[in-house]
Design a protein around this ligand. Sequence first.
Ligand code: E4P
Length: 217
Amino acid sequence: MKFFVDTADTAEIADLAATGLLDGVTTNPSLIHKSGRDFLPVVQEICGLVDGPVSAEVVALDHETMMREAEVLRNLADNVAIKVPLTIDGLKTCKKLTDDGCMVNVTLCFSANQALLAAKAGASFISPFVGRHDDNGLDGMQLIEDIRLIYDNYLFDTEILVASIRNPIHVLESAKIGADVATMPPNVIRGLFNHVLTDKGIEGFLADWKKTGQSIV
Ligand code: E4P
């Protein structure tokens, strides 16, 4: 499963990229607002920090303006994936862009039927929002299972990019289901490394090593 980070904070992205475990980045207008930076330069900077796809979202609601915005965004770098909302105009834009060889991430997916439409529109990625699904009393992970089944039934290439992840359990469940990508806030990625028994084990080994009076280097 690929790991994307869901942030526009370039310091966080650079730090996580240095682990060698980061496969891409997703942003959205709220994350750009949170960064306090201008959209175009920040996307361009992020594209230089990772080799993988960097999702940058259009903000227009009509197809023509979406296409104009996408043109600006895709010219920023080769690894930009245009993010479009799951609407008729968004999917029209998706079809046109993917036919033209551009990566497209269809966002704000809340049903398996929407995911089916996105795949038929040639989406490179579909972003089902599991956390927001759970927040509304629905089962986010069931949505991922349904999409996996449908995409496998018809051999769609669209990658399932699990979004709106809130905790490591969402990541674990996504991996068990066979989702292609998980996009996570930086704190969730960092949380994956932690285990209290790992810390305790290191503490014990180091205490005993000290007693040997030896050093390796
Ligand atoms: C994904 O691409 C979205 O940016 C993101 O996962 C939304 O998450 P939220 O529901 O925590 O805002």
